[in-house]
Design a protein around this ligand. Structure first.
Ligand code: G3P
Ligand code: MG
Length: 254
């Protein structure tokens, strides 16, 4: 069973704000969202930052890689102009500040550990250690549904997260479920599979659920497709179209 919110704003505020920014979180809140997916990687000095690409140029003005700059340097860089001039004040968020904002505003987090190549273990450990410290009270109090869910395409990152924070839930991101997906997911003690909806079938959805995993899909932007996936038993998904698919999408009226 999926104990978390069912509909998440992807990369902060989907495509209605610059991705992975505070403006995105605020936009999501405007649309009633209190659940979010975002991406985290490490700066040169090991400080985790909220970014999707391991290089600058697409959403962050500048050139080079995330590991060419310290965290505080990135935290001054423009991460909003690419989206529109009104967003030029947006900077690369520090993970700690971003997560604190979410927690303070009751926004549940699916934290995607997104290591730059070669930084899998370090990134998994860092994110998990910080998240665990931030949610120590919830862990001690057994408030499991409030814990952030750590997901990654990287098994090395998930394994590192498991080692430093075994009691934080983990999810395997899998674009296409490979043969042997189940032992792979069990090897990192994942509680959920996060699958690309484009490659999912009703039979695969059933197999994941029957094996006892939570089932989440990314990134679902059409209401008809979202309804179809929920019909297959998909328990949750993230969306870029927070304007078309609201946080209560698909919930039957009582
Ligand atoms: O976590 C779901 C989804 O965000 C994975 O793909 O590339 O959008 O980070 P990507
Ligand atoms: Mg992501």
């Amino acid at each position: 069973m999926w104990p978390y919110p069912r509909i998440l704003a992807h990369r902060g505020g989907g495509t209605l704000a610059p991705e992975n920014t505070f403006a995105g979180l605020r936009r999501g809140m405007d649309f009633g969202f209190r659940a979010v997916e975002f991406d985290v990687m490490l700066a040169r000095d090991g400080v985790p930052v909220v970014m999707h690409d391991p290089y600058l140029g697409r959403t962050v003005s500048g050139a080079g890689h995330v590991f060419d700059y310290d965290g505080l340097e990135l935290a001054r860089m423009d991460a909003g102009s690419w989206f529109g001039v009104d967003y030029r004040a947006e900077v690369v968020p520090l993970f700690v500040e971003f997560a604190q904002f979410c927690k303070a505003n009751g926004i549940w987090m699916n934290i995607e550990i997104k290591p730059a190549r070669g930084f899998d273990v370090e990134t998994g450990e860092t994110v998990a250690r910080i998240a665990r410290a931030m949610f120590a009270d919830e862990l001690a109090g057994g408030q499991l549904a409030k814990l952030p869910l750590l997901s990654s395409f990287s098994f090395a990152a998930l394994e590192a997260a498991r080692r430093v924070a075994p009691d934080l839930p983990r999810a395997c991101l899998m674009s296409e479920l490979p043969p042997g997906w189940e032992p792979l997911a069990r090897s990192v003690e994942a509680s959920a599979i996060h699958a690309n909806h484009r490659h999912l079938t009703p039979a695969l959805a059933r197999a994941v659920l029957d094996a006892g995993f939570g089932l989440f899909c990314y990134t679902v932007n059409e209401p008809a497709r979202a309804a179809e996936l929920l019909g297959w038993g998909v328990e949750a998904f993230c969306t870029d179209r927070i304007d078309l698919i609201g946080p209560d999408f698909g919930r039957k009226a009582a």
